[in-house]
Design a protein around this ligand. Structure first.
Ligand SMILES: [Fe+2]
Ligand SMILES: [Fe+2]
Length: 132
């Protein structure tokens, strides 16, 4: 079941960034499917670990582009990345410790964060990268 659709309006016209965003959405959809299927905490852990590590990798890719091109919005954009990574790490730790269950509320948080960040902040970055 598709929980988050990587719709046309979220394509930013930067091949690598778009590909990574598509993969991130796929990971969120997979986590959602596992959640719906009532997958055990133990079996869910690798998917959560993948989502966290792929998020870190994707953010590092964007930050490398920002650094290479002297993107003026880098500090603010990176602060948002750091904030999400911190929150996902916290989710993962609590989930693995048994004090948090991956619920629809968690999934909606991830979906909305990504959609908002891509359509506003990553869009600005992609526009900058088109001319730098
Ligand atoms: Fe970003
Ligand atoms: Fe991004």
């Amino acid at each position: 079941m598709t929980f988050v659709q990587f719709s046309e309006d979220l394509h930013l016209g930067h091949a690598l960034i778009d590909t990574q965003h598509a993969s991130l959405f796929e990971a969120v959809n997979q986590l959602h499917d596992l959640m719906l299927a009532g997958t055990s905490r133990q079996q869910l852990a690798p998917m959560l670990a993948f989502l966290r590590s792929y998020t870190v990798e994707h953010f590092a890719t964007e930050e490398a582009f920002m650094a290479e091109t002297g993107y003026p919005g880098m500090a603010l954009h990176k602060a948002q990345h750091d904030d999400l990574v911190r929150q996902v790490q916290e989710l993962e730790e609590k989930h693995n410790a048994g004090s948090l269950t991956i619920s629809i509320t968690v999934m909606i948080f991830l979906r909305d964060w990504l959609a908002q960040h891509i359509s506003v902040d990553d869009r600005k970055l992609a526009q900058h990268l088109q001319v730098h």
